[in-house]
Design a protein around this ligand. Structure first.
Ligand code: KIV
Length: 268
């Protein structure tokens, strides 16, 4: 395919320019089929380490590996050509800035993802700078950080005290100065999220952080009702996916058992 005919995906610069102009949309995907459906509909597709729960059925995200993130990102890149693809750096792959760089370089070399995401506190600023200096686009994940679920004893909503809000604002500003193109803000009280969003020029993509942020992200299986065990307060279900699929499965089983499938037209 010539350069002229290649489908151009949205760039990190275009994402950054949407701040204050239009809301940014992002969904997770872990395979080519879903990615193809979401492609061009949402601005960004996140291959999140949430795949360890939503795809693999794990209890948390901690056991996802760099190999599995790369495998699923390759699949998503096979399906999506227009939306910007962000790959999560999994637990243990960013413990030093050098390791973060090695991990991110593998993602850039082995997939077509345009950016990586990493969960950070102030200690992660060095890693962000290291990645950006080496030509890797970074989305920083702050607020509630699922990779800290075991050490913190659960998923704790953030932004409840003035001290915590000020710390998140300082962190967001440090991240901006380090060259990240955006921030994912998870599980932060709406009023605090608004203040954090106003404190930086890079876009803040929220999840469970209220409406006054620059965009929203949801895990696809939550958004479309494929994960039925539990619906977090911040999730809106746009489809009863599992219910619809179950109806289809039951109809298929019924048709096979009754001999109505396959028909003559469906046979050679
Ligand atoms: O891994 C993930 O899917 C995430 C969510 C918070 C969107 O980071």
């Amino acid at each position: 395919m010539s350069m002229q005919n290649a489908i151009k995906s949205i760039t990190t610069t275009q994402i950054s320019q949407k701040k204050g102009v239009e809301k940014i949309t992002m969904l997770t995907a872990y395979d080519a089929l879903m990615a193809k459906i979401f492609d061009g509909e949402v601005d960004m597709i996140l291959v999140g380490d949430s795949l360890q729960m939503s795809f693999f059925g794990g209890q948390d995200t901690l056991s996802s590996t760099l190999d599995s993130m790369i495998y699923h990102t390759q699949a998503v890149c096979n399906g999506a050509k227009k939306s910007l693809i962000v790959c999560d750096l999994p637990f243990g792959s960013t413990t030093t800035s050098h390791l973060a760089l090695q991990s991110a370089i593998r993602i850039y070399k082995e997939t077509k993802a345009q950016a990586v995401k990493l969960e950070v506190g102030f200690e992660g600023i060095k890693s962000i700078k290291m990645l950006v200096e080496n030509g890797i686009a970074v989305m920083a994940h702050i607020g509630l950080k699922p990779q800290f679920v075991r050490s913190e004893g659960g998923y704790k909503v953030q932004g409840k005290t003035q001290e915590n809000i000020e710390s998140l604002i300082n962190l967001a500003q440090d991240i901006e100065r380090s060259g990240a193109f955006s921030i994912l803000l998870e599980g932060v009280r709406a009023e605090a999220a608004k203040q954090i969003t106003q404190s930086v020029k890079i876009p803040i993509i929220g999840i469970g952080s209220g409406v006054d942020v620059d965009g929203q992200v949801l895990v696809w299986s939550d958004a479309f009702g494929f994960f039925e065990e539990f619906k977090p307060k911040f999730v809106r279900q746009y489809l009863k996916g599992a219910e619809l699929l179950r109806q289809g499965v039951r109809k298929y089983v019924e048709d096979v058992k009754s001999g109505h499938f396959p028909s003559e037209q469906e046979s050679y």
